[in-house]
Design a protein around this ligand. Structure first.
Ligand SMILES: Cc1ncc(COP(=O)(O)O)c(C=O)c1O
Length: 362
């Protein structure tokens, strides 16, 4: 049987709408839309009024294009498959001056967004001067031969770290660079920098056309001090109990006797494990059975041992995540980033149930 991942589609759409705060959003749908399912999520986001999408993968970009002919699809990783980009009208990142010079001809007519590396430094230009050089060079070419510079963007590496000062620094560096580039007179259709945490902290920056949101759209708080009511989680993960057993005091169970209760104890053997994507760090905390929290005592590939009481019966379901057992709650406890817990979930082994939906997914 194994675990079941249930998503309430109506709630998913409401959560996404609330997360946008009425602003234009590029939805980050990489990694199978944070494992909510790419096709499901793109269709639901379209219904929520979001028409721009960002991913790191060409396959995902093609899948988005199959779902929507009109959506703006932005490839955040540098790409070299210019033919597919052109055929599908994708927007792509322009990560450096070197890349521009190397692929200048191949880029003609393609929409690019200039990328600023900032303090995050994963990829992108380091200076406004290099960006201005690209802009000037493009204008020196006849229109049919030039790249189409439609966007400018960056990604903050410190927006989620409330206790670090670097966010203020990277924000200032970006805003200064942006103003330098805008002083050339070039205009952009897409100016986007902010992830969920940056938007929660600062609102949409002046002069920016879009937010570029991931985790908030999926109903997790980017940091724990935000109100949970504003980020309703539409996903539940549950698993059945395969056996209830009694252990005597000091009797061991699990691989290498990993669990050994001090007193006589009742345990539930649950049909879910790390093979289904439960992180070992997550299993250091609790689960919920019939509204009550119980400690997880051991995690195996396809099983979990939970210490239970007399209230628990074999037909009870064990909840690992729900709106009461929020992913972001375990992030705050140290189980791993929101996206790490979501990204680990095993799409092949978990049964998927979508509530309030009439779409058929491939
Ligand atoms: C480049 C980029 N932009 C935006 C996001 C969205 O960030 P968040 O999920 O914190 O909103 C990500 C997520 O990893 C990203 O890599």
């Amino acid at each position: 049987m194994g675990g079941t991942l249930t998503i309430d589609r109506k709630q998913f759409i409401q959560t996404a709408k609330a997360a946008t705060g009425g602003k234009n959003v590029i939805a980050v749908v990489k990694n199978n839309a944070y494992n909510y399912g790419l096709e499901f999520s793109v269709k639901a986001f379209l219904e929520a009024g979001i028409h721009s999408f960002a991913t790191t993968s060409m396959d995902e970009a093609l899948e988005i294009r199959r779902i929507s002919r009109d959506a703006m699809v932005f490839l955040m990783n540098p790409t070299y498959d210019f033919q597919t980009v052109r055929e599908n009208g994708f927007h792509i990142t322009l990560p450096s001056l070197e890349y521009y010079h190397e692929y200048r001809e191949a880029l003609s007519g393609i929409s690019v967004h200039l990328e600023y590396a900032g303090l995050f430094n994963r990829s992108g230009f380091s200076t406004s001067e290099d960006m201005v050089e690209v802009i000037n060079d493009a204008y020196s070419l006849p229109q049919h031969a030039r790249v189409d510079i439609t966007g400018i963007w960056t990604h903050f590496g410190y927006a989620d770290e409330l206790d670090m000062e670097e966010y203020e620094v990277e924000r200032e560096l970006w805003l200064t660079l942006l103003s330098d580039v805008l002083s050339t007179g070039h205009t952009f259709d897409y100016i986007h920098a902010q992830n969920s945490a940056s938007f929660a902290r600062d609102g949409l920056f002046n002069g920016h056309t879009h937010l570029r949101l991931g985790i908030a759209l999926y109903g997790s708080r980017p940091y724990a001090t935000l109100p949970a009511e504003s980020y309703v989680q539409s996903m539940t993960l549950k698993a059945p109990i395969v056996q209830l057993r009694r252990l005597c005091a000091n009797q061991k169970c699990g691989y290498g006797g990993s669990y050994q209760p001090e007193n006589d104890t009742k345990i539930a053997v649950v049909d879910i494990g790390y093979g289904d994507g439960i992180l070992r760090k997550r299993a250091e905390f609790d689960c919920m059975i019939d509204g009550k929290r119980y400690a997880i005592r051991a995690l195996m590939m396809s099983h979990m041992i939970v210490e239970v009481d007399e209230d628990v019966t074999l037909d009870d379901e064990v909840i690992m995540y729900s709106n009461d057992l929020r992913i972001d709650e375990y992030t705050a406890l140290g189980a791993g980033a929101n996206s790490e817990q979501l990204g680990a979930l095993n799409y092949n082994s978990l049964k998927k149930v979508i509530l309030n939906d009439t779409n058929v997914y491939q």
